[in-house]
Design a protein around this ligand. Structure first.
Ligand SMILES: Cc1cc2nc3c(=O)[nH]c(=O)nc-3n(C[C@H](O)[C@H](O)[C@H](O)COP(=O)(O)O)c2cc1C
Length: 319
């Protein structure tokens, strides 16, 4: 299938989906500061979107799930990530993503959250690999290029049995977080396994792009890992904390205090505008990440942690 995926220059550097982190507010800032080659939204429940379908295109707070799918044109190409284990709701959510103008749809088959797993979704899909094909086919009904994000296995490395099931569905792209579900994020990602992903792709689906994910620090690290493994691209997640400059390749130690505080304020303003129903406290993980690296940062961080609104934040920053 011809899609934006075929036009990207390799190695492809993409932004990971991270719930309550790469939300519309932070993605907007990242797009303005230094856009990745592809942006992912946070994951959204396909069942939830389906259950609220009466309100699907009403604006803002009418449907908070649709609101998680807000994006700005500067973020393109942008992929909507969904999770679910029911082909009907996956088909619905994927078609909604197409209607909302997304460039692609990604299915989460790696999330370790217990409530999601119980629905047979996220990492739970690895326990029911027979369901994965139907889910991917349902997403394809949208006409969008379909990708999957998963892990190397549930309790152990199951790549040789699990990945071919996905690859046989002729995905546009497959991202593999190089850990098992059981390992969560507590051991270093198994980058030594990355070349095997490339072999499996070559054998089962030569047209599918393969991306690796886990512990990548910056663009230099990402390029090294791509060239050592032969992967088509790398997905970076936590490295974006406090560093919307990540995809520019700029050394974060050279970013000034003023720039960091300016970026934090821009993020808080985006949040206030785009996430009116979400708790201001969600922003606090960003305070920790942005306010670091200069004398007195810890003290300012402490004061910022006490704030409860944009106005209070602005007052502390004196802007
Ligand atoms: C706060 C947080 C939220 C996350 N939310 C999602 C999500 O919505 N969908 C998903 O596929 N993975 C999610 N992940 C996993 C990341 O996309 C990524 O696979 C993981 O953090 C490892 O990559 P990294 O070491 O580059 O961060 C999340 C991770 C974190 C830390």
């Amino acid at each position: 299938m011809n899609s934006f995926w075929n036009e990207l220059k390799k190695p492809i550097m993409v932004l990971a989906p991270m719930a309550d982190v790469t939300d519309p507010a932070y993605r907007k800032l990242i797009a303005q500061t230094g856009r990745p080659d592809v942006t992912w939204t946070e994951f959204v429940s396909a069942d939830g979107l389906y259950a609220t379908r009466e309100r699907k295109l009403m604006k803002d707070e009418e449907n908070p799930l649709v609101r998680d799918f807000l994006y700005t044109e500067g973020e393109r190409p942008i992929v909507a990530q969904i999770f679910g284990s029911n082909p009907e709701t996956i088909a619905y959510a994927s078609k909604l993503a197409a209607e909302l103008g997304f460039d692609g749809v990604d299915i989460n088959m790696g999330c370790p959250d217990k409530t999601i797993e119980k629905q047979g979704a996220g990492a739970g899909m690895m326990k029911h690999p027979e369901d994965a094909s139907a889910i991917i086919r349902a997403a394809k009904e949208s006409g969008l290029p379909v990708s999957v994000k998963t892990r190397i296995g549930y309790s152990k490395n199951e790549m040789d049995t699990w990945l071919p099931i996905l690859l046989k569905e002729d995905l546009a792209a497959l991202t593999v977080h190089l850990r098992t579900r059981k390992e969560m994020s507590s051991v270093p990602a198994h980058w030594e396994l990355a070349p095997r992903i490339v072999e499996l792709r070559n054998e089962h689906a030569p047209d599918t792009l393969v991306l690796g994910n886990g512990d990548v620090k910056d663009l230099i690290d990402a390029r090294t890992k791509a060239s050592e493994s032969g992967l088509d691209g790398i997905m970076l997640g936590r490295a974006i904390f406090g560093n919307p400059w990540l995809f520019t390749g700029r050394d974060i130690t050279e970013v000034t205090q003023e720039e960091k505080l300016g970026a934090l304020l821009a993020l808080a303003r985006n949040f206030d505008e785009m996430r009116p129903k979400k708790s201001f406290h969600i922003l606090k993980k960003h305070f920790k990440a942005f306010v670091a690296g200069w004398p007195g940062a810890a003290e300012l961080r402490g004061t910022l942690m006490e704030t409860n609104s944009l106005d209070e934040l602005v007052a502390v920053l004196g802007k």
